[in-house]
Ligand binder design. Structure first.
Ligand code: DHB
Length: 395
């Protein structure tokens, strides 16, 4: 039977970043991905890299295209009822963020893994993980050609997203899964239009939230708060533009319009799995935790997870020292809860709950204004938005 030191299920941000970091320390891995390469590289997701994430790209040789092409932002606008306030992120924290959509991040890591001789098996479904409580787990998988194969491994990493079947192995035992549902969702569009402005606008209004983001000089990414049960056909172009202008326009800035070529409803959920390990099975990224999109923490949290997991695995495999690996959950989970809190807090200040009355609207506007009118408040928000440095461990 073939053997690989680390078997990674899922070619998303967690899986690919982990595989890359392991390679940097001479540890071999295989990434198993059920989708095609094209599907992975074309799925539309969020787009903000925290400073720590973009540093990791730069420092480990994956940042070249991002540095050349990504917008670097030093501030965001928060707009209440058409009145924007700029939060000067860099002035307050010394850090900036990059607008680099997740699928571009994935393209960079896939290209780098392949260039470095790494193995990513696309269109390959893992059918079973066995023996993770013992010394040598096995993985049974079916390749593109439909041939079932089995491989043995030292460690299995489930990085296969929010509907990971492997999470159950942990939560059906002693683990827990804490969840929160939100009474709203986002309607996301891609549009051929010039930028509304360089920096992002997070806008709130009695009718709800809108986010003005960007993809390039000619393609923009806009979001509107919608009902979780809404479907794409409920949002005509006319309704979209009417609501975007209502929620996000100010005296100086009008949302730019153009041909809408993608519409989708995005779910809003929080979930945290604890612990993120059982035996030789580890969860990373969305397989372990989901954050609502406000603040775009999902990818960054996945990268933070594997910043602990990678050195932990390297120490375990190269030095037979499992100390860091055993501490993975306890090191990763506090950061996950802080990101949950930030995404929840931003969401609740910016979104109207269904049937919200005057009291509730004015209270949330007052909370936001209290933050925006205070230097300490702005700094707190800015620190959370740009993110803390990634965990660093010697190997
Ligand atoms: C984007 C998504 C977010 O959730 C966010 O907070 C900022 C930007 C985006 O897709 O561009």
């Amino acid at each position: 039977m073939n053997h690989v030191p680390v078997a990674i299920i899922g070619a998303g941000p967690a899986g690919l970043t982990l595989s890359h970091l392991l390679h940097q320390h001479g540890v071999e891995s295989i990434v198993f991905e059920s989708r095609t390469r094209q599907q992975v590289e074309e799925t539309v997701r969020a787009g903000i890299l925290e400073q720590g994430t973009l540093n990791l790209m730069r420092d480990t040789g994956v940042g070249e295209r991002m540095e050349r092409e990504a917008d670097i932002d030093e501030g965001i606008d928060i707009s209440i009822n058409g009145q924007p306030t700029r939060i000067p992120l860099t002035e307050l924290t010394g850090h900036h963020v990059a607008i680099w959509p997740q699928h571009e991040y994935l393209k960079d890591f896939i290209a780098k893994r392949l260039e470095d001789g790494g193995t990513i098996l696309f269109s390959t479904t893992v059918a079973e993980v066995d023996g993770h409580l013992g010394e040598k787990p096995t993985l049974t998988y079916t390749t593109e050609g439909g041939v079932p194969e089995t491989i043995s491994t030292d460690y299995v990493i489930a990085a296969d997203g929010s509907s990971s079947p492997y999470r159950k192995i942990i939560t059906e035992g002693t683990g827990i899964r804490a969840r929160h549902e939100y009474p709203y969702a986002w309607f996301g569009i891609l549009v051929e239009a010039p930028k509304t402005q360089k920096e992002l606008i997070y806008a709130t209004h009695p009718e709800g939230f809108a986010l003005i983001s960007t993809r390039s000089e000619t393609i923009q990414r806009y979001y509107l708060q919608c009902d979780p049960d809404d479907t794409v056909d409920m949002w005509s172009d006319e309704r979209i533009w009417e609501q975007l202008h209502l929620r996000a326009d100010s005296d100086e800035i009008k949302v730019t319009e153009g041909r809408i070529f993608d519409k989708a409803v995005l779910r809003f959920r929080s979930a945290v799995t604890e612990p993120m390990q059982q035996g030789r099975l580890f969860l990373a990224g969305d397989a372990a935790h989901t954050v609502p999109p406000t603040g775009a923490k999902g990818l960054n949290l996945a990268v933070a997870d594997v910043s602990v997991l990678a050195p932990g695995l390297v120490r375990a495999l190269k030095r037979k020292d499992t100390g860091l690996l055993d501490a993975y959950s306890s090191l990763a989970v506090p950061r996950i809860w802080k990101a949950q809190h930030f995404s929840y807090w931003m969401s609740s200040m910016l979104h109207a709950v269904p049937g919200e009355d005057h009291f509730a609207t004015q209270r949330r506007f007052a909370e936001l204004r209290s933050v925006l009118e205070s230097e300490a408040g702005q700094r707190y928000l800015a620190e959370q938005y740009v993110g803390k440095d990634l965990p660093k461990f010697e190997v």
